[in-house]
Design a protein around this ligand. Structure first.
Ligand SMILES: NC(=O)c1ccc[n+]([C@@H]2O[C@H](COP(=O)([O-])OP(=O)(O)OC[C@H]3O[C@@H](n4cnc5c(N)ncnc54)[C@H](O)[C@@H]3O)[C@@H](O)[C@H]2O)c1
Length: 406
């Protein structure tokens, strides 16, 4: 069985990918690199990692040379390029979390560096590996809806999810992470490329941080919801309500304080998630639209928005002989055929892994690629560079208010 090391044992490395690898018996996890002692020790115990294969920092790990077949790099956005280049020097098969880099310059650097890499190099575009998207691809490939002419994709973030990650959380400031369209929606750019199967030619984009700023506060508000805010009962973003009884309860495990209400409230007094959403100094968009024309003549519109109740993606592809669309999270697909005016409903079961089965699907694909690397011709996933370039172009088009030729 091939071996792998997890670099960055946080939300992705420890809580998402490692369990998928173990559950699917896909690879042997032989090492962990994580500066946070508690997380590192938890990981070591859970996966029986030898003491000499636990490291605090990736530089220390890579200095030892090649200790496994593959690395899965799950550090934060601004810490992707350096460990990836070090992994290349050692000759690892690499899975690098998306976004592969926080700037266009670094994306281009990685593209150049990996031009002739003889090992697997891919990124965490989990959506491609969901049973839902695989089914869409199969329907498109079958010709049932004819040639694709246009598509729309909506990323409905959920107001509570956006507030957690993109107002209070690590992706709220584009200088510290990357713009929303890169951090969150490079996935979607990839999905559109994948389903349309053609390169993007023109792109324009509009959007802003419309709502989460001081002038939209209901009145004078304290820095934290726990500081006696007089609007706390009516505020839908009140962190105490959100994290103890609202949808953001889902994220409480990140506080590492347990599930007791008083412990959660105590954590909110100090951590970034207790801050008032109108006073977070965030700058990333809370809504953005991207319009695209592809080389094949296909057009597409993508919308990402904080302002939805649910966190899901809805998609519709319109072809010359029919339509196909649905919701990724509910797994419902509707196919309509023009020839006999028929409608066909399909319900996808995507199991229990996160991202509608995409996390498990990605790990299965990566493990398969590592196992069969010798016979795989395209070892480096070239599309990931294009998806990222589209996301950066969309951001540039938005900021400069221009139409970009890719
Ligand atoms: N593919 C997806 O769908 C998806 C979803 C969410 C996040 N992400 C991306 O995954 C990445 C990780 O996100 P996360 O939510 O797991 O973040 P996280 O902050 O929970 O985890 C990152 C971990 O890296 C560790 N780290 C810091 N310095 C390190 C070093 N020098 N060496 C090794 N580890 C170090 C941190 O201590 C932390 O535990 C980000 O780039 C994020 O954008 C991808």
């Amino acid at each position: 069985m091939k071996t792998c090391v997890i670099i960055g044992a946080g939300g992705r490395g420890k809580d998402s990918y490692a369990p998928c690898i173990e559950k699917g018996n896909l690879m042997k996890i032989v090492g962990v690199v994580e500066p946070d002692r508690q997380k590192r020790e938890q990981f070591q115990k859970r996966y029986n990692v030898e003491e000499n294969m636990c490291f605090e920092d990736y530089k220390e790990f890579f200095a030892k040379g090649k200790l496994a077949d593959a690395v899965i790099i799950c550090t934060q956005d601004r810490m992707h390029t350096e460990p990836t280049l070090l992994a290349k020097e050692c000759g690892y098969h690499i899975l690098l979390e998306k976004p592969i880099a926080p700037t266009l310059k670094e994306v281009k650097l990685l593209e150049r560096e990996f031009e002739d890499y003889g090992k697997i190099f891919m990124t965490g575009f989990v959506l491609r590996y969901t049973p839902f998207v695989k089914k869409l691809k199969e329907i498109i490939g079958s010709g049932e809806i004819g040639e694709i002419v246009t598509m729309s994709l909506n990323e409905n973030e959920g107001f509570w999810h956006h507030a957690h990650s993109y107002v209070r959380g690590p992706w709220s400031n584009s200088r510290e992470s990357s713009p929303l369209i890169v951090a969150k929606s490079s996935h979607d750019m990839d999905l559109m490329l994948y389903l349309i199967g053609s390169s993007c030619k023109y792109i324009s984009s509009y959007g802003s941080n419309f709502y989460f700023k001081p002038e939209n506060a209901p009145g004078p508000v304290p820095e934290r919801c726990t500081d006696g805010c007089e609007y706390k009962d009516k505020c839908i973003y009140n962190s105490v309500k959100q994290y103890t009884e609202g949808k953001a309860e889902y994220f409480v495990h990140k506080f590492e304080c347990g599930n007791k209400k008083e412990d959660i409230i105590n954590a909110l007094k100090h951590n970034p998630y207790g801050r008032c959403v109108y006073r977070c100094e965030n700058d990333v968009c809370d809504h953005q639209v991207v319009c695209m024309e592809f080389e094949s003549g296909v057009t597409a519109v993508f919308t990402v928005s904080a302002f939805s109740l649910e966190n899901n993606r809805t998609i519709k592809l319109m072809g010359s002989r029919g339509e196909v669309g649905g919701c990724l999270e509910t797994g419902e697909i509707l196919v309509k055929r023009f020839s006999d005016m028929s409608e066909r409903r399909i319900k996808i079961d995507h199991g229990t892994s996160k991202h509608a089965g995409g996390d498990a699907g990605l790990m299965e694909h990566f493990a398969y690629a590592v196992e069969n690397a010798d016979s795989i011709k395209e070892k480096v996933d070239r599309w990931m560079f294009e998806s990222h370039k589209i996301a950066f172009a969309a951001e540039r088009a938005r900021v400069k208010n221009i139409r970009i030729k890719m």
